[in-house]
Design a protein around this ligand. Structure first.
Ligand SMILES: O=P(O)(O)O[C@H]1O[C@H](CO)[C@@H](O)[C@H]1O
Length: 291
């Protein structure tokens, strides 16, 4: 099945994204400056939102639709910790058949809606041998392994209304928000399971082989997933402030003879198990943020 209901789309004009942004803004009262993308099983972040206004992706002309369990496929507008926000309850992944440009279209739409700060969250496998299931990792940097294979949403003609042809990607994850998150997590008693580390992204949909996990350990990744990086590239390209959290939902298998295997059910269960802590942490960070 073709998820988007049309052939894979590899580019959108500025005006395409502007049209979608205007369509969305015309339907809601709030005009937030902060957007949050919810990872697999992390849609419950929207439970904290008050005065909700909800738009299913299917009701937004030109917007992709969610096809993965644990990704509901809705935009949720409202108030969180007294601030106006919009949450994506469900993101898009290249393994669903979407191009990198399709998976990141919402980020450009957010930019054109006036969003200045983007929070990305994801479920990820623990690569770092010191990590445990249920750890929350503040993302300090990423390794774009899909980019090494040519998958990058910024490939193609560059529209300078968004940003430069060659955007820098050092300091992609805002240092002040990272420090704030780590100190709040410790204050909240999360010291035993808060981490800071490097997220790596492959395309999926298969989980990694044992040798791939060993490779990721060697190249300096602490966690791995199948998302987030394209969104961050596009957000940084258009000048957004970015903050990211990975929930370590499983520990990757790095022994050739291990009997256990990774699976999406475990990913969703861990999301459920930690959802309240994640909600509290996100709410506390937003409360302290200048938006
Ligand atoms: O990155 P998110 O969307 O949180 O989801 C992660 O969980 C799924 C695998 O269980 C993959 O989609 C992986 O990327």
């Amino acid at each position: 099945m073709d998820p988007a209901g049309s052939s894979k789309k590899n580019s959108y004009t500025y005006e395409d994204a502007q049209g979608i942004a205007e369509n969305i803004l015309a339907r809601v009262k709030s005009h937030p400056k902060l957007a949050i993308i919810c990872g697999s099983g992390l849609g419950k972040l929207a439970d904290m939102v008050e005065d909700k206004e909800v738009i299913p992706y299917g009701d937004i002309p030109g917007f992709p639709v969610s096809t993965v369990p644990g990704h509901e496929g809705k935009l949720v507008f409202g108030t969180l910790s007294g601030k106006s926000v919009v949450l994506m309850q469900g993101r898009f992944h290249c393994y669903e058949g979407y191009s990198a440009q399709q998976t990141t279209l919402p980020v450009r739409v957010f930019h054109l809606m006036g969003i200045k700060t983007l929070f990305v969250t994801n479920a990820a496998g623990g690569i770092n041998r010191g990590y445990n299931v249920g750890d929350i990792m503040v993302i300090k940097d990423h390794i774009n392994l899909a980019g090494f294979a040519g998958v990058n949403p910024l490939v193609g003609p560059n529209d300078t209304r968004y940003g430069p042809r060659f955007p820098p990607m050092s300091r992609a994850y805002d240092l002040d928000i990272r420090k704030l998150a780590l100190s709040l997590a410790k204050e909240m008693g999360f010291g035993d399971f808060i981490r800071e580390g490097v997220y790596s992204a492959l395309i999926g949909p298969n989980f990694e082989t044992v040798s791939e996990c060993k490779y990721l350990q060697v190249v300096g990744a602490d966690a791995t997933g199948m998302s987030t990086v394209p969104e961050v590239l596009v957000a940084k390209h258009c000048g957004m402030r970015v903050f990211g959290l990975s929930l370590i939902t499983n520990i990757v298998i790095d022994e050739y003879d291990a009997e256990s295997t990774a699976n999406h059910e475990e990913v969703l269960q861990t999301g459920e198990m930690r959802s309240k802590d994640l909600q509290k942490l996100v709410a506390a960070i937003i409360q302290k943020l200048d938006l």
